[in-house]
Ligand binder design. Sequence first.
Ligand code: PLP
Length: 384
Amino acid sequence: MSVCKGTILKLISQILIPRHLFTFFTPFLPHLSKKIGFIPCRDYLRNMIDFRSDTVTKPTPAMLAFMQDAPVGDDVFGEDPSINALEKITAAKFGMEAGLFCPSGTLSNQLAIKTHTQAGDEVICDELSHIYQYEGGGIASNSGCSVKLLHGNRGRLKANQILAAINPEDVHKPISRLVSLENTTNRGGGACYQFSDFEDIQKVTKAHGLALHLDGARLFNALVHKNESPLDYGKVFDSISICLSKGLGAPVGSVLIGSAPFIKKARRWRKVFGGGMRQAGFLAAAGIFALDHHVDRLAEDHQHALLLKDALAKKSFVSEILEVETNIVIASIGEKYTAASLVAALKEKDILAIAMSPTQIRFVLHLDITPEQVARTIQIIELL
Ligand SMILES: Cc1ncc(COP(=O)(O)O)c(C=O)c1O
């Protein structure tokens, strides 16, 4: 078959083959592709190695089986045994009094902000914070608060910066009410705080009557990397949001933990925001399974991230890589590639990554990336 004819057929197959037809042909593919010299498929059918985010994981068969057997009830009535168990288990791990199951990390963060503040208050956070960058302006629209943004180190703040950002008692100024930190930091490339920094920050927030919230979307990555105790976190923070649907590999869900009165108030706001679910225990069961089975294995993702970093560091078009601490690799790109063109070149080879800016590319390691896929990705990087 001529190259030209092959290319045209390949293009037609990419554009025209609908999903159901493709599913029908799947068993015949190896034979068919041998005959025609290429694999007729659309992107969604290729076996992509997906480094775009740790949110892309699918439940494992064991997790699905556990979910299917979950006892459920109406959670708005407080009658879902699986949700009640997840909330209790999570709070107990951190030595906190109560938990609240939420459909997303965005909701659990926003509920924390709403519950800690009143309209007109001010929230202090790093300029890279997820609550500021990626929650749709929810601090303003949900809670009516202003934000004081600080310039930290890869998303991490120090106590003296926070102290300097607290407004004096002055009718002209909003009331500084809440400090929100993130660990690990998403935009900061999976960087972890030193625990002593939290203790220093707590001294400042306590002395000035501010609440201290932690966006712990990837807190378990930090706990595993630093070999820290969740109980210590419970002593420092007034509230923590923990995501089950990132590195822990559950399909849905976050848990907000804090004191019993705080969670009681947040539960009311969850209903107001439309986040009260009914028989969602099937989803909470995925979280329980994840906490039991997917925590220690995060070390494997961190190991994979280091391997990927080493491969990227050898390339002349990579000018800088942020120190890899957990499961995120952020590299600065130059020379023959922009971040977008490198993403496109990788996609041609069935590897998905994200351009974070015109010059930065991000890879996130997770449960669904196997050692073989990491090895294959490294081979491909070596050939770029
Ligand atoms: C640090 C951080 N916080 C919160 C969230 C929000 O989680 P969700 O996508 O479940 O709303 C994310 C999502 O990636 C995140 O990275």
